[in-house]
Design a protein around this ligand. Structure first.
Ligand SMILES: [Mn+2]
Length: 363
């Protein structure tokens, strides 16, 4: 397991790399190039620049989240081939800079969705919150406004203005796309990029839909074990893998998270792990919470144990955190609670690892 932390680059992220370096056990940074429009090639020089910054801070840059997939690819439009070609060039440039895992998602129009970005929890901290009852009565454009209002002035990943400019038109384009068509468009995309990924040693990792069900009537397919199994078989290659996210998949209590993580790690298709907790209040209503408290719904120990038992060596990050201790930052991406989460997971891993060896002596 390679303990990792997401960082948005020194223009967008106010957390300095030297602080990230001070989190015990932290080794690797997950980042991306943010100023290139989706669908265009990431220049090698730009990748090298961020890699050099990260390495100068004593950390590695082996993992990218995300190289976003152009909407024309998800829609299966004739223009998709140009964007797939560009995607392949970006993969080659990333590999040349030493990146070996690339995360992406295949959610139509919207990325992750929440109804509140600073829901106050009983201890006074705030966290991201989702209520299906609110979504049901909300216009998508109103949703975008709410997200913008709660963003603390940050441009939220997945909610970039450019992406949401033509919302109405996007919904119209998706009117004829059902889940089967979306699967077919994903297969076409994978057939286009996986040979290049194989060639240059990149492992692709698709992130689950968040939450893992249809939102605003749009199709969503990265939602459950059955669909994940189907996705890794769309192109049967070790380069076609998953970025499993406990908080995303876990919002549906029918998903057995430790079992799903263990299974895909064992068959060599888990390339990236996001491990965080949520509390489900009722079906379709959940809050993000601390990695461990008395009320959380997911068993972090069981997830880490499943990864350890499978010999998982890929990058793992604490994913989102709450806002605590008066910190003001990008919702979900403050320093303090993510650091606490990372250290909790590091501690679990340490204990599991030592127990598995029957040796309790400190190294
Ligand atoms: Mn995630």
């Amino acid at each position: 397991m390679l303990m990792s932390f997401r960082w948005y680059g020194n223009k967008l992220d106010k957390i300095p790399l030297k602080y990230i370096r001070q989190i015990p056990g932290m080794k690797n940074v997950v980042s991306a190039i943010y100023h290139i429009p989706v669908g265009e090639v990431w220049p090698y020089e730009d990748i090298l620049e961020i890699k050099n910054q990260i390495e100068a801070a004593g950390l590695t840059f082996k993992t990218v989240e995300s190289v976003n997939v152009h909407e024309d690819i998800k829609l299966g439009l004739a223009t998709r081939d140009r964007y797939i070609e560009n995607y392949c060039i970006t993969l080659k440039n990333l590999a040349k800079a030493g990146v070996d895992v690339v995360c992406y998602n295949f959610m139509p129009v919207f990325d992750w969705t929440r109804t509140e970005l600073a829901k106050e929890l009983p201890d006074g901290s705030t966290a991201l919150f989702y209520d299906e009852n609110i979504i049901r009565n909300l216009e998508p454009s109103k949703m975008v406004e709410e997200m913008e209002k709660g963003s603390n002035g940050f441009e939220l990943p997945g909610w970039e203005k450019s992406r949401l400019a033509s919302l109405k038109q996007s919904f119209e384009l998706y009117r004829d796309i059902d889940e089967e068509k979306l699967f077919a468009n994903l297969k076409y995309f994978l057939e286009g990029i996986i040979p290049t990924a194989e060639e240059c040693g990149i492992k692709m990792a698709i992130h689950p839909d968040d939450p893992p069900w249809s939102v605003f009537g749009l199709p969503r397919i990265v939602t459950c074990k059955e669909n994940l199994e189907r996705i890794v078989k769309l192109v049967d290659s070790p380069s076609n893998g998953l970025a499993l996210c406990s908080g995303s998949l876990g919002a549906n209590p029918n998903n057995n998270i430790p079992e799903i993580f263990g299974h895909f790690a064992q068959i060599g298709r888990l390339h990236f792990a996001h491990v965080r907790n949520i509390k489900i209040y009722e079906p379709g209503v959940f809050s993000e919470v601390a990695h461990k408290d008395d009320t959380s719904s997911l068993d972090m120990y069981a997830i880490m144990k499943a990864l350890h038992d499978a010999g998982f060596t890929g990058p793992l990050r604490p994913d989102h955190g709450r806002m605590v201790w008066g910190e003001e930052g990008m919702p979900g991406y403050g320093l303090y609670d993510r650091a606490m989460g990372a250290v909790y997971l590091y501690g679990l891993w340490d204990a599991i690892d030592r127990c598995s060896k029957g040796s309790f002596s400190a190294k």
